[in-house]
Ligand binder design. Sequence first.
Ligand SMILES: [Fe+2]
Length: 441
Amino acid sequence: MTGTANEQARKTAEGLVYATGFGNEHSSEAVPGALPLGRNAPQRAPLGLYAEQLSGSAFTEPRAANHRSWLYRIRPSAAHPPFVRVEPRAVRSAPFTECVPDPNRLRWNPLPAPEGPTDFLDGLWTLGGNGDATQRSGMAVHLYHANAPMERRVFSDADGELLIVPERGGLLLRTELGLLRAVPGEVALIPRGVRFRVELLDATARGYVCENYGQPFRLPDLGPIGANGLANARDFRAPVAAYEDVEGPVEVVNKFCGSLWTATYDHSPLDVVAWHGNHAPYVYDLRRFNVIGSISYDHPDPSIFTVLTSPSDTPGLAGVDFVVFAPRWLVGEDTFRPPYFHRNVMTEYMGLIEGAYDAKAEGFVPGGGSLHNMMSAHGPDRETFDRASAAELVPQKIDDGLAFMFETRWPLTLTAQARDAGHLQRGYDDVWQGLQRHFRP
Ligand SMILES: [Fe+2]
């Protein structure tokens, strides 16, 4: 059954078309004439649809920060039964209070395969995070491992937007605003409050999720880089309107202030026939990232690799940045080329989508992750240090891996399940043992 479902999802995903551009005011209708012209809420919306605004920002936020979409749907979202709180499986939320914050450097192997049929939502497993979902500040790191599609079930997250980073297996994301395909090497973003369902393109799917409670991700400013570069706005793709007209029970799971709440609707809420606005999901291919780097000397700070940033009230200080280490050339002269040793006031969670990362010779594997909390000392392992210190500095192409980082302004506190996980590596500190003293005054 699942194989057939995968095949159908793959066929659907192959034929998808998109609108392009980051943060655009998109307009889309799945049925001609469904989108009203010249106004948002006519006395009678076209085709007997209901008009509904979905706000991702306060009405009064500055225009550049204002997020909202108008949805034209078969039934209004207000028509639903009461939600009932359910026990979450492995999803946890901020504030994270199960553990004390840990200054140690930590590293995990991939999340183990689930036992029995497990969809994306049941397969979500929270590693940790910071902030407070009710204050709309901070973030959480989740991983997922799924082997079944979400069937007659949709999810929405009132606590934050979800940046999904597939590592193994493709996803078909059926959202209120339309369909997206996201395969390893791409990332997908589901905005706060947008309902969606995840189908699988392959037998299993594994990856990472950054749940961002704070300001929506935006493209970083470019400063002296100029008008182009890093993630180019035109490479982001938004869905076009696509609706399902499904009667019968559909479970709607709503993450609200850290808890999961469920209600059984008598229809699918993915019934938006037309929409316009800028509060919309999107997908981005990380291989489109225009990598900027040093062409003289020194390893630049990794902020140069920022794809998306969630700003805070302090200029330049992100609630969370999403950073990618994409294929690039290293040409620095008289330079230690891998990432340098450092201690960072920001907290770094790193994951690996494929291949290897240039600061770690081994142990950091696709699907795994490392956590270097605020001010923890880290950098290249001994083997990498020895090799890079002696390497002949010819131009070198780094193209054997795709790593990323969620970098956040606050320390990250683990969940108990992450602290006690069987897939937490023991002895990660050892990678920095044996770094010899060379100072002989
Ligand atoms: Fe670091």
